[in-house]
Design a protein around this ligand. Sequence first.
Ligand code: HEC
Ligand code: HEC
Length: 202
Amino acid sequence: MKYYSHYIGVCLLMGFAYPAIAGMQENLDTCYSCHGKDGASTDKDIPIIGGYSAIYITDSMKAYSNKERPCEKVEIRSGPHKGDKKDMCEIAKNLSEADTKEIADHLASEPFVRAKQSFDPDKAAAGKKIHNRQCKKCHEDGGSSPDDDAGILAGQHMEYIQEQMEDYVAGKRPMPEKMQPKIEKLDKTDLENLTHYYGSFQ
Ligand code: HEC
Ligand code: HEC
């Protein structure tokens, strides 16, 4: 509150109207209409993004804006545009760099709320072994640290994780050079086990 009143004061002094603030909230509301309030998505095909690092978010938005990542059209889940179809590439492209940074900083300050989902404990145990051998170096603590700037895997929706790994293997989503040989070595069962491991964090 204190921050906002200060900000409005400064804006008025400088002769700006305060749509600057409404703009930020409007942008966030657009994100939340699919990613859930504060980015804590409860829809299994839409990733939880609250609590990701700002760097990861801005990098991802750049990748979408350049159409380097697949971006299927999906239905908006809530709010005034519910039911309309949009994709991440057009959403990212329509934001200025400054707006993207502001949104990313805000989302990074929110908690990452892990998904409540069912998983198979045996598959999760098998997945944990693979993770510790092949993935841990860059995805610390089961992929739960935003500071890795590599997304958050622990507690992410399993359907989303599984789809991303399949996209990587199929060459549809670019990945770090050093991650490629590790992922490409895995078979279908390995990928499934990893997905259950990440889903086991609740
Ligand atoms: C129409 C629904 C929709 C809206 C609106 C939307 N997103 Fe997304 N977002 C998605 C979907 C679906 C994905 C997963 C796409 C994929 O397969 O890559 C995604 C992926 C992402 C990712 C990548 C997550 C990861 O783990 O790599 C980020 C970051 C993101 N969105 C940020 C935002 C921000 C910021 C906004 C608001 C400016 C926003 N999104 C608005 C549907 C939406
Ligand atoms: C050399 C470092 C490195 C290794 C090893 C690595 N990763 Fe990654 N991973 C990354 C980075 C960096 C990203 C973010 C990629 C981007 O910005 O597009 C990422 C992204 C991901 C994502 C997508 C996250 C999201 O939110 O969309 C998944 C899933 C993933 N890695 C799984 C794995 C698995 C499984 C392994 C082990 C088999 C692994 N990674 C090994 C660095 C690594």
